[in-house]
Design a protein around this ligand. Structure first.
Ligand code: PRP
Length: 280
């Protein structure tokens, strides 16, 4: 039985739960639950604050976990990154009130501005010398409440900043996405490898689609060139002489163009279907 940390709140919570459920794990969480047991898969899941997960995994208290790269960087600990996940893309940005004259972290340092943040190590590493106000969350409201002049916080869509009347200044201090981490040395433990492979399979399945079509012999070579698949397309002969059935994986974002090209070549019965999971 291994122990795996999952974010208990924030922007990472829902997509993490969704991908694990889609990978066959039992991760249902009621409002107050702190952990749940998935006996079938040999995993005990712990619901923790995303900022605490790097420490639990790096110190080996838990075997693996999902959290943001920014939370790992802030804690200056080094769990092993196993897999980038396709959600939680965000930037750690400096923001000030819309009417503020400040334009950079240097301006804020020189002006002895107070910065509120949950990422004080990253702010310091970027050279800020002024006072820091360390907060656990809801950082955007701190300026209105009078305890800070600027903030450094995670921006995903920018909606929260806009609602608080704040604007981004300068370049992001960090770019992040969600990732799967393991305690160094436990990467090859069976349950962790299985977890990684299942998630990888799901991510791959989201990236690709399956195209199937019938092609006359005269265009078979050109059609296969349009759908080369990962290794090679599957080609089988139809009962009708001179016709073949072809099946191949295509990139989801290119799939409509592929269908256009196949139809133009004279292929028939072109079907495009989603893939639920895949192992290559
Ligand atoms: C994060 C971040 C911002 C918000 C930004 O909070 O701290 O508050 O998301 O997202 P947006 O740019 O799409 O508006 P989260 O909900 O993860 O939790 P927190 O309030 O505990 O920081």
């Amino acid at each position: 039985m291994i122990k795996v940390a999952l974010p208990n709140k924030g922007q990472l919570f829902e997509p993490t739960m969704n991908i694990l459920a889609a990978c066959g794990y039992k991760v249902s969480k009621s409002l107050r639950s702190l952990s749940t047991l998935d006996t079938e898969n040999g995993i005990e899941f712990y619901f923790l604050r995303p900022g605490d997960i790097p420490m639990y995994v790096a110190e080996g208290i838990l075997d693996a976990g999902v959290t943001g790269m920014d939370f790992v960087a802030e804690k200056s600990v080094t769990p092993t990154k196993l897999l980038d996940l396709n959600f939680g893309a965000s930037k750690l940005c400096i923001a000030v009130p819309n009417e503020s004259p400040w334009n950079s972290l240097d301006d804020l340092s020189a002006g002895k501005a107070r910065i509120a943040t949950s990422f004080s190590n990253i702010v310091r590493q970027n050279g800020f010398k002024g006072p820091l106000v360390e907060l656990e969350g809801a950082v955007e409201i701190s300026i209105k409440l009078g305890i800070a002049d600027a903030i450094v916080d995670i921006v995903e869509t920018g909606t929260t900043l806009k609602q608080a009347g704040l604007k981004i200044i300068g370049e992001p201090l960090f770019r992040s996405n969600a990732a799967l981490y393991a305690h160094p040395g436990r990467e090859f433990q069976e349950e962790i490898l299985t977890l990684k492979k299942r998630i990888e399979g799901k991510l791959l399945a989201l990236e690709y689609m399956m195209v199937e079509y019938d092609a006359p012999e005269s265009v078979l070579k050109d059609a296969c060139a349009v759908t080369p698949g990962l290794e090679s397309p599957t080609v089988t002969s139809l009962q009708k002489a001179g016709w073949f059935a072809v099946k191949a994986m295509v990139k989801r974002r290119e799939s409509q163009k592929v269908m256009d090209a196949l139809a133009k070549l004279g292929c028939k019965g072109i079907l495009l279907t989603s893939i639920d999971s895949a192992r290559i």
